[in-house]
Design a protein around this ligand. Structure first.
Ligand SMILES: Cc1cc2nc3c(=O)[nH]c(=O)nc-3n(C[C@H](O)[C@H](O)[C@H](O)COP(=O)(O)O)c2cc1C
Length: 172
């Protein structure tokens, strides 16, 4: 039986090359909404999302995030930040929001990726986020330049899952 959510989880890939074509505002709005609608511990919603669409801002992000220079060529990007005081929970909450963003984008044919993780203080300052926040990711967005479906590399299920107790083979 078809399951659109599973299909997105099954096919989504990290996209690092984008077409030179804008993503409609309606789609970008939906992508940010997906972050906002995510669940968080105690429903604290300790996050802030900055949607960057201007080429200058995208170039700046590409230069600030060492492991994501390709954001410079994306159609847009979302900076995801969380309130530091909420500690590990906030990291988990923001990560969940990022996954919602990535999957919702994919559902609209928009490729993305998680770039950066620690050491994004320069992004926080440059984009005006108050000191109480840490930036956890910059997520570039854009239509994939190449067809990439079906290339996912993952460990086999038997290696990463058990039935009932660790080490019992899972048969489903
Ligand atoms: C927490 C996290 C941090 C990541 N950081 C980067 C990054 O800084 N730069 C990058 O190009 N990819 C980054 N990635 C993408 C992973 O490298 C990628 O998802 C992984 O290699 C699997 O590839 P796939 O998603 O295409 O299957 C990150 C992914 C996660 C979940």
């Amino acid at each position: 039986m078809a399951n659109a959510v599973f299909d997105a989880a099954r096919t989504v890939l990290a996209i690092r090359e984008f077409e030179d074509r804008p993503v409609p505002d309606e789609v970008l709005h939906r992508i940010v909404e997906a972050g906002r609608l995510s669940a968080s511990a105690n429903n604290r919603q300790p996050w802030h999302f900055i949607l960057v669409r201007e080429r200058e801002g995208l170039r700046k992000l590409g230069s600030l995030v060492r492991t994501g220079p390709y954001t410079a060529g994306a159609a847009a990007a979302v900076i995801v930040a969380y309130v530091k005081a909420n500690g590990q929970y906030a990291v988990s909450d923001a990560s969940r929001a990022i996954q919602s963003i990535v999957l919702t984008a994919w559902g609209d044919g928009v490729g993305s990726n998680w770039t950066g993780f620690i050491g994004l203080e320069n992004v926080r300052r440059e984009f005006g986020l108050p000191d109480e926040y840490d930036v956890i990711a910059v997520v570039p967005l854009g239509y994939p330049r190449r067809k990439v479906v079906g290339k996912k590399k993952r460990k086999p299920l038997a290696e990463v899952a058990s039935a009932a107790r660790y080490g019992t083979p899972l048969k489903v």
